[in-house]
Ligand binder design. Structure first.
Ligand code: COD
Length: 304
């Protein structure tokens, strides 16, 4: 099944109910999303955090968590370590951030002794459903890597391809974004995009993937704009992946989709030994649930 809308993530026939380690579970919105995900057969939680507070929130909100395993740990750094170790020891399939700073969780994930590093780069992929675009958009990396170089961008693209393919798509159109479509040596984004396109033309990326650029955002998502500007590309107006050159561009596009265009979203960190669900406090409850479902699909597909 190919996922074209985010609510389809909730209707997938999950092969197995994967185990989700939740770091710092004392968060109302996170608990709500987890309970719902569990009821839908998407993931079975193991909670790590302040047991008393977690139970109190659940009682107050009428959430049934009596059957859940809860590891009592009030210290946030230690909670992150326990969560990461549960995954590295194979006792959990993926991990989610609760009421803890992103950097605390990511530093635990990156720990050289017991973390979840691989030879790849960890990178963030955010999926957006936008009313004015008839495909899902995979924005990367607006969440983790600050100023990726060319090698990093190759790995960021590879991580995003895994997500697009896990959602049942064989073709992946990757648009390497910049501020313009002509290469300007003073604009690193344009130079890197040209190199990435060259790598694609030389057959570097896997089958079904097209990488093109540099292009501005309008050319990636609007055929009309490409026609008016006489921009020729097999993927103009039909991008799946939007590769951004900096975290600021990614963050700006993502927030614009959410706040100006009423977009829905789901996000995940790829490139580690297991998917990492990193939701922001401001994300809607729906978005948190979609992100858990995305993590579960990826666990089912890529980390069986
Ligand atoms: N993938 C694999 N290894 C990495 C990565 C990565 N993406 N980033 C760093 N590492 C490794 C480095 O090779 C090094 O060995 C170690 O981790 C520490 O690297 P530093 O010193 O560059 O990184 P830190 O510890 O200062 O911070 C790493 C973070 C992931 C926390 C940092 O990249 C970060 O703060 N990213 C932005 C998160 C953020 O604020 N997002 C905003 C929107 S939510």
């Amino acid at each position: 099944m190919s996922i074209k809308k985010l609510d389809q993530l909730l209707k997938v026939n999950y092969e197995r109910k994967v185990k989700l380690a939740v770091v710092a579970s004392q968060d109302e919105e996170v608990l709500q999303a987890i309970v719902e995900a569990n009821e839908l057969g998407i993931a079975e939680p193991i909670l790590i955090g302040n047991k008393e507070e977690t139970r109190a929130i659940a009682r107050e909100k009428g959430l049934k968590i009596d059957d859940y395993e809860i590891i009592d740990e009030k210290d946030l750094v230690k909670s992150a370590e326990i969560g990461v170790k549960l995954v590295s020891e194979g006792k959990a399939d993926f991990i989610m951030k609760g009421l803890v700073d992103t950097s605390i969780l990511l530093k635990a994930v990156l720990n050289k002794e017991w973390g979840l590093r691989t030879n790849s780069l960890l990178s963030h992929v955010m999926i957006y459903e936008v009313p004015s675009y008839d495909k899902l958009l995979y924005l990367t990396d607006g969440g983790m890597n600050l100023y990726p170089n060319l090698d990093d961008k190759v790995k960021i693209i590879e991580n995003s391809i895994k997500v697009v393919k896990a959602l049942g798509n064989e073709r992946v159109n990757v648009a390497c974004l910049a501020a313009k479509e002509k290469v300007n040596p003073k604009m690193e984004a344009t130079v890197d995009a040209m190199e990435l396109k060259k790598m694609y033309e030389e057959g570097y990326f896997e089958e079904g993937v097209i990488v093109d650029g540099p292009m501005a955002l309008d050319l990636a998502i609007s055929k009309k704009s490409a026609e008016i500007k006489g921009y020729e590309s097999q993927i103009a107006g039909e991008a799946d992946v939007l590769l951004v050159p900096t975290i600021e561009m990614g963050n700006g596009i993502g927030k614009s989709i959410t706040y100006f265009a009423n977009g829905k979203s789901a996000g995940i960190i790829m490139g580690a030994k297991a998917p990492i669900v990193l939701v922001s406090r401001a994300d809607s409850h729906e978005s948190k649930l979609y992100s858990i479902a995305l993590g579960s699909i990826i666990s089912n597909h890529l980390y069986k």
